[in-house]
Design a protein. Structure first.
Length: 414
């Protein structure tokens, strides 16, 4: 289904040893109201109460990662700068980070929303940026060193993010559902994701008492530079406890059930149907694209997978990633198979939607109709079958293949 064209025209055209003891001031005021949430922290002199944001790097004695932190008083933004270098004894990259302790504003109302960083970077190609916050932990700094891997170190939640190139500040949106308090202190990678186990997810109770915020450059060797103007939270326009995502009306609904809560890759954060055809305003993007017959010949926005709040490539699993139906959770695609990850990315980037080849299709759960529309065995509309000069190609809407695996282990591909 093309974004504004018919199916046959669909090419899918349509976001410190020790670091120098540089301590800088992070100004944290009362929760300033904004259109969609409120600020947790700003830099410089814009707010009243202050906390110190301090830097630290890999504590391994022979660690060579170094970095600095300071506040640009004129520009009123924090500057996080340094280089992550492999630890000589293990050849594994170290880390640098900056952290602020204190009592941050109550963010419990934002559980279904996101943490927002207003940032820019002169190293947008660096892929090891991460954000973390401690909430509900026994000792915030201890929790943020252990990542749940040692006793009593739960309660420090971490997630990846990436920054697009450009000289302007942009808002990076990290859904709270992307955070986990079980991650490897060696690499920063989650050992259990929120999608896999709800016990590692932030809760409204924990968000009520954030005691520490951290920025990391971790697990990836290279230079890292990040300028941060503000840290805020996004609160859904309707409280999560009251808002119910609408399914399409019966005459237009095509799915056998509702779209899952907590879709992977941040897709549940897309709560509006950004489709160029009228649908019910309470439908989520996934409900509209995957389950509403009125949108059959339309796709999700091109390059949605590159949006800062989605950042698909930074969330792929090591090796092969399995993509599941967003409604019923059956496995649909496994990539990369019989090609490299670079090949998968190049194919996807060429077309603007996740693109799969024959070896990557779970055939018992993926079918095409005579017009080239692709469906799952549960009836979910997934995208289009569009062969190209390289052969068969399945061009999919990430919204529809971002589900969590069905509980029935017999459905899983191993």
């Amino acid at each position: 289904a093309a974004q504004a064209l018919g199916l046959l025209a669909r090419t899918r055209p349509l976001v410190v040893s020790k670091m120098r003891a540089a301590a800088a001031t992070l100004a944290v005021g009362a929760a300033c109201a904004t259109a969609s949430g409120f600020e947790l922290a700003t830099f410089g002199v814009r707010s009243g109460a202050t906390f110190k944001f301090v830097g630290q790097n890999d504590p391994v004695m022979i660690g060579r990662s170094t970095g600095t932190w300071h506040v640009d008083a004129a520009g009123e933004f924090g500057v996080f700068d340094g280089e992550v270098v492999n630890v000589p004894s293990s050849e594994a990259p170290g880390f640098i980070k900056a952290a602020a302790d204190g009592s941050f504003p109550d963010a419990s109302s934002a559980l279904a929303g996101a943490l927002i960083f207003e940032v820019r970077s002169s190293t947008p190609g660096y892929t090891g940026f991460r954000a973390a916050f401690a909430a509900g932990s026994v000792s915030p700094s201890y929790a943020c060193a252990g990542g749940g891997s040692i006793p009593l170190s739960r309660g420090c939640f971490k997630a990846k993010f990436s920054v697009p190139p450009g000289q302007d500040f942009v808002q990076i949106r990290i859904p709270f559902s992307d955070f986990s308090d079980k991650w490897s202190p060696a690499t920063g990678e989650p050992t259990t994701t929120c999608a896999q186990d709800k016990s590692v997810c932030p809760t409204a109770s924990s968000l009520k008492g954030i005691k520490r915020i951290e920025l990391w450059a971790e697990g990836v060797a290279g230079k890292a530079h990040l300028e941060v103007r503000s840290i805020s939270v996004e609160v859904p326009s309707t409280p999560a406890a009251l808002r119910v995502a609408a399914r399409p009306p019966a005459e237009f609904g095509t799915c056998k059930g509702p779209v899952q809560d907590g879709l992977r890759f941040g897709l549940s954060g897309r709560t509006t149907p950004d489709i160029p055809v009228p649908v019910d305003e309470d439908e989520t993007l996934a409900e509209a694209v995957c389950c509403d017959s009125r949108t059959k010949v339309y796709a999700e926005p091109q390059f949605l997978y590159q949006a800062p709040d989605i950042s698909l490539y930074s969330k792929l699993e090591a090796g092969v990633t399995t993509f599941y139906d967003s409604v019923c959770g059956v496995p649909l695609f496994r990539a990369p198979m019989n090609r490299t990850l670079a090949d998968f990315k190049a194919d996807t980037d060429e077309h603007g939607w996740p693109s799969f080849r024959p070896a990557e299709v779970v055939k018992e759960h993926v079918t095409e109709d005579k017009d080239g529309f692709v469906y799952s065995s549960c009836g979910t509309h997934l995208g289009s079958y569009l062969p190209d000069e390289q052969g068969p190609r399945w061009c999919m809407d990430l919204s529809c293949i971002a589900g969590n695996p069905k509980a029935d282990a017999s459905q899983l591909i191993v």
